[in-house]
Ligand binder design. Sequence first.
Ligand code: PEP
Ligand code: CO
Length: 454
Amino acid sequence: MSNTWSPQSWQAKLMAQQIVYTDREAVERAVRKLRSLPPLVTSWEIERLRNEIAEAQAGRRFILQGGDCAETLADCTPEAITSKLKILLQMSLVLIHGLKRPVTRIGRIAGQYAKPRSNPTEKGVFQGQETELPSYFGDLVNEAPFTPEARQPNPHLMVRGYQHAAMTLNFIRSLVDAGFADLHHPEYWDLSFFEHADLSPQRKAQYEQMTRTLADGLRFMEALGERTIEDMTRVEFFTSHEGLNLLYESAQTRQVPRRAGYYDLTTHLPWIGERTRAIDGAHVEFFRGIENPVGVKIGPNTTPDEVLALLDVLNPDNRPGRIVLITRMGETSVARALPPLLERVQAEGKKVLWMCDPMHGNGIKTASGIKTRNFDAIAHELELSIEAHEAAGTILGGVHFELTGEDVTECIGGAAGIGESDLSLNYASLCDPRLNYQQALELAFILASRLSPG
Ligand code: PEP
Ligand code: CO
């Protein structure tokens, strides 16, 4: 691999998931525009996140990352943003209380607009004719409706994506600044689903107990006067997205005054997807040169040698806080696939944050062809991952979920008992199925009780 890196050196490499734009001039116009616009995040925030990741790596903090599979431009509404922020903050309070550790919240938000696809094209019916069109690659690239116009990759969508990310961030920053009043009293959270008959009496008692102690704990902290809930929830909120579209990422990658190196200023934590992490590919080339912490998705067929090669290229100095390995093995593969990676990375003394994504290895299709995930499989992969870390002596420092604060019906299972026949009630995802409010909160309770120091 050549050592001369620049924000554009990825252009000479082979690119997985390449986006085929036809209008080169329009691409140049969009990139020029993005280069001229202010950054979405700052290097100060990125450095702070890197420190927090380093703390989590050492077991002194925990990272909660979550949000939509595919964020859409239409989702840029106060309700959608507020409810996503709220569920992540509520989950983080449950985790802080259970783990007795500070928790860093990172949204898949304000830029999670580009999606890798298994096939570059898709067959469907357009104007009564069987037609093959480009797949939908997310609102940063093309539009979801099955028409030739909508599916044509449109470079201007990069500018529109930037604008919507900026509006989303602007609102998040104000909300976080103001504090979230309705977080103060967990007894007012929407926990009525815990009453559901499907929940075993032990589970129900356990959740009630946790809610009570959480409420007491929060009041106690407030009563001590050291830190109010406002303080706790006014803490920073970071953003992340898959850095799939390198034109977009590199256009906002720059040097900043009084710091060495280049920062990708579209987001705090960009990640490389399972399908774009080829060691000699364009994505790894781009990501090796930026200062941000970088996530890498690791699936069940990854070998220990591959992980080490990635670490050597992406973090040659073994800097703490730089790498987040997001394992997404699947319930049935995790016990086989994860331990060899943990052992080898540990044996080589490589500094990484291990994060579990129990979503992406657990996709299933119902008999009628609906994409879903089973809550029990998700919880089980989480449990098996925790066991693997315990056995290897490594630290699970974070979790990565696809979730929404809304009452969608996309994943089956959980205490509220969503069944296959309920999926059509409110299935809103344009991509992978997400946990809804109740399922997400329940998972936080499960995690908090499992990782509680006692
Ligand atoms: C995702 O996080 O939405 C995704 C596509 O993940 P992966 O790269 O792990 O398949
Ligand atoms: Co997804």
